[in-house]
Design a protein around this ligand. Structure first.
Ligand SMILES: [Zn+2]
Length: 416
């Protein structure tokens, strides 16, 4: 629905946001028994983008064919990508000037889904499966997408939006999300529970039936979303949300497109404080996902999500839990480098969490204490609605809403 509207909008020359986004068409074909897949990928730059070079990074194990772009000026190479600590293949297209046609790159690639992202007959093509190309440092670049998925008879597909079409093993989804977050969960069957009131909230499990522990996620997610919608998300509230349970036993991650994927062990239990905090943290990434993950700006994602989950815990009445967790995280922050200018490559891996998650959380808590709860939630709500992606923009929001003194104070906190 959203995508149809968008297409209409484009046809009428209307842009949903001032900054035009690239358009991506993805056609995924999957053979679940072998985890083999083939993907047709078409990336089109927005007309406002004047770049003469387009680069896409992709898993080096994938076989790329039928590569076309620009005036055929295509180069393939390899590049070391620090964020993945891995080498990727890189496709480069140069566009001649003046340009006469849409700047586009298209190709087909095939590979095998990582075994860690599959279980029994379940396949998880998700933000953590590494199955999609992206522009260098653009894993989370916003794109308008159309995703078509083909599966053999006996399999179904779910994504973060309802299928626009689902017939005879062919599924079509569309919307706007970040480059690596297009999602296709594939399984012979799905079980789900849906909230009866409030936002359209569904817990979807790849499998036959939800266990009592899995069913218990629904009311907790409802509570969390209701709290966020009243507070930090009130200018851009959640009306639809999906919690995916894939059983692939890896991790949990939030998606910009109103969904979270929880792949943990089957005993993931939101009656336990730690697991409840994970759920609350991941749901809040619906708002906290616009800072770059390649530099200090990641605190805008991770510190904000961490503090959001703690605010929920406190609001739910677990003030003891709030204090315990806050203290535990805060205790890791003395003698750490400043958030401003933090360069993870200069420190051992654990420092990232201490600075970007924990120290950032403590800075937000200090800002909260300084300005009071009502102004603090107003700051968070504005930051979320504006999709703030840099620390300077966040400082400006703070300055506009509570004054230059607090802006200066916050800058000093981030720099010490
Ligand atoms: Zn996070």
């Amino acid at each position: 629905m959203k995508f149809l509207f968008l297409l209409l909008g484009l046809a009428l020359g209307y842009r949903p946001t001032a900054q035009a986004t690239p358009i991506v068409r993805v056609e995924l074909r999957v053979e679940p028994t072998t985890r083999a897949f083939t993907c047709r990928y078409v990336f089109t730059l927005p007309t406002t983008d004047t770049a003469s070079v387009l680069q896409l990074n992709l898993n080096k194990r994938f076989r790329v064919e039928n590569l076309r772009g620009g005036a055929g000026l295509v180069r393939r190479g390899r590049v070391y990508y620090p964020n993945f600590q891995n080498t990727l293949q890189q496709l480069t297209v140069r566009y001649p000037t003046p340009r006469r046609q849409a700047r586009q790159i298209s190709f087909t690639y095939s590979g095998t889904l990582d075994a860690g992202r599959a279980k029994a007959q379940v396949l998880e093509f998700s933000a953590h499966s590494g199955w999609l190309p992206f522009r260098p440092t653009g894993e989370y670049e916003l794109l308008d997408y159309a995703l078509a998925v083909r599966v053999p008879a006996g399999y179904q597909v779910r994504s973060t939006t309802p299928a626009r079409r689902a017939r005879a093993g062919r599924y079509q989804f569309g919307g706007r999300t970040s480059a690596t977050e297009l999602t296709a969960i594939i399984a012979p069957q799905f079980a789900q529970v849906t909230a009866r009131s409030g936002p359209v909230l569904t817990v979807v499990k790849a499998g036959a039936a939800l266990t009592p522990l899995e069913t218990a996620i629904l009311p907790k997610a409802q509570e969390i979303i209701a709290f966020y919608n009243r507070t930090l998300g009130r200018q851009d509230s959640i009306t639809r949300f999906t919690v995916f349970l894939t059983g692939t036993r890896q991790d949990a991650f939030g998606l910009l497109d109103n969904a979270t994927v929880i792949t943990y062990r089957p005993d993931f239990d939101v009656a336990q404080r730690g697991d409840l905090l994970i759920l609350a943290h991941e749901i809040s990434h619906k708002w906290w996902g616009y800072g770059s993950v390649h530099d200090q700006s990641d605190w805008l994602n991770e510190a904000f999500a961490t503090y959001s989950s703690l605010l929920y815990l406190q609001a739910s009445g677990d003030t003891t839990g709030y204090r315990q967790v806050y203290t535990k995280l805060d205790q890791t922050t003395p003698n750490t480098p400043p958030i401003t200018g933090f360069d993870r490559s200069k420190y051992e891996p654990g420092m990232y969490r201490r600075v970007i998650y924990n120290k950032g959380m403590a800075v937000l808590a200090a800002l909260h204490r300084r300005v009071g709860t009502t102004p603090f939630y107003a700051i968070l709500a504005t930051t979320a609605a504006r999709k703030v992606s840099t620390t300077t923009t966040f400082l400006d929001v703070v300055g506009q809403m509570v004054g230059a003194d607090t802006r200066a104070w916050l800058l000093a906190e981030l720099s010490r």
